[in-house]
Design a protein around this ligand. Structure first.
Ligand SMILES: [Mg+2]
Length: 267
């Protein structure tokens, strides 16, 4: 699907939510990094603010909510720290539903040895590059270069390319200052959105809201229907198929508050 420039998108803060939602509570799907929590130099420092956590908790009492992240499932679950919502990790290769049912892609385990090999190959090559950081998730791996000096970037780039040859069968994508590797299967954030929706037992009229900021979120925007609300955060370098925009995580919180108000007023 052709995408457009995020700068040209109308702000999601101006949406007439009561009309768009209709009578049904929406299903709310959220990315984590860059959406609920600002992007920080070290991924381990990306914490959820207490006010954002409070809004999510209140929202989860009004409608089904799920966080779909590239992080490890246990990691994103611990960072958000709310029970009663769904979580998907490794870009959707495993998830846990709001009622605690766990799921993993039936073929994902087959790729763990490849991910192990890639992790080892990257550790050997990136260990000498200051600031290079490997983030291993159960079913995916990220090689971060946000803290790598510009002068070291060509070396980082060739190290990643070399290491990826040691582990064929993985999908290699580029996110925000990060190389993402995951099983090369027909599965992504869009597919997992549908899988989670099915398990939320939503009425057909309930619309989907999806908010994300990076390239892998485009897979989710592209499965949204006419009535759904896809929102991109910030101005990504890639073209987007989201129909609305929000400037930053502060505006994401504001949007979720407006959504909460719209849901609260109806009852
Ligand atoms: Mg993100």
């Amino acid at each position: 699907m052709q995408g457009g420039d995020a700068r040209a998108l109308p702000s999601a803060l101006g949406l007439p939510l009561p009309q768009l939602l209709g009578k049904e509570a929406p299903l709310v799907f959220l990315d984590y990094d860059g959406t609920l929590s600002p992007i920080v130099p070290r991924p381990e420092d990306a914490e959820l603010s207490a006010p954002m956590q409070a809004v999510l908790l209140q929202l989860s009492r009004r409608c089904p909510v799920a966080v779909i992240s590239g992080r490890d499932l246990a990691d994103v679950k611990a960072r958000v720290g709310i029970s009663g919502i769904g979580y998907a990790g490794s870009h959707g290769f495993d998830f846990v539903t709001a009622d605690g049912k766990e799921w993993r892609h039936p073929e994902a385990d087959r790729y763990v040895p490849q991910l192990d090999r890639l992790e080892q190959a990257l550790a050997d090559r990136l260990g000498v590059i200051p600031g290079a950081q490997i983030e291993r998730k159960r079913y995916s791996l990220s090689a971060h270069f946000r803290r790598v000096a510009t002068a070291d970037l060509p070396e980082f780039q060739s190290a990643v390319e070399e290491a990826s040859k040691a582990a064929p069968g993985l999908h290699h994508g580029l996110g925000k200052m990060v190389h993402d590797f995951r099983p090369d299967l027909d599965w992504n954030k869009g597919r997992v959105l549908h899988a989670l929706r099915e398990r939320m037992r939503a009425r057909p009229a309930a619309i989907n809201v999806f908010i994300g900021d990076d390239r892998t979120d485009e897979d989710a925007f592209s499965v949204l229907g006419e009535r759904d609300i896809g929102v991109v955060v910030g101005v990504p370098a890639h073209p987007t198929t989201a129909r609305y925009g929000l400037r930053d995580t502060i505006e994401v919180k504001r949007f979720l508050e407006i959504l909460l108000e719209a849901l609260a007023r109806r009852r």
